[in-house]
Design a protein around this ligand. Structure first.
Ligand code: DAT
Ligand code: MG
Length: 140
């Protein structure tokens, strides 16, 4: 499998509870390298743009409000099959359905406040990485 990059976000429920280090340890233990990382506070408009694909969903307003509520840590993870590997380490969207040992099983508070975002395809990863980072910020 080829080396890939994926976009990860440590969400406000996790940054608020000081879980960034524990979550990063899960990524690194899985062989994912953190090749870019920054802490930002999204505006609601920026959160809305990032999650535009979900604009028609009933939870969209709540999702954008949550993502803009407190700072997030955005990061680029690199590794073999990074997109799928990251999704595996994250666990299912709903923490009640997430497998043992996954980030969402251990840390998520609810389906909405579920601690992490991860790109769902290599194509979307490229778009999402470009949303937050310039090429110069990616240090592989
Ligand atoms: P994922 O983050 O696992 O890729 P998604 O893309 O389907 O999940 O949804 C994006 C985010 O929207 C998800 O992380 C949390 C929120 N969300 C999804 N389904 C929800 C629901 N039924 N109620 C509230 N928030 C939801
Ligand atoms: Mg998604």
């Amino acid at each position: 499998m080829a080396t890939e990059r994926t976009l990860s976000i440590i969400k406000p429920d996790a940054t608020r509870r000081n879980l960034t280090g524990k979550i990063n340890a899960k990524f690194e233990e899985a062989g994912l390298r953190i090749i870019a990382q920054k802490r930002i506070h999204l505006s609601q408009a920026q959160a809305g743009k990032f999650y535009e694909v979900h604009a028609a969903r009933p939870f969209y307003g709540e999702l954008c409000e949550f993502m803009a509520s407190e700072p997030v840590v955005v990061q680029v993870l690199e590794g073999e099959g990074a997109v799928a590997k990251n999704r595996e380490v994250m666990g299912a969207t709903n923490p009640a359905e997430a497998a043992e040992g996954t980030i969402r099983k251990e840390f998520a508070l609810s389906i909405g406040e579920n601690s992490v975002h991860g790109s769902d395809s290599a194509e979307n990863a490229a778009i999402e990485i470009a949303f937050f980072f310039s090429g110069l910020e990616l240090v592989g």
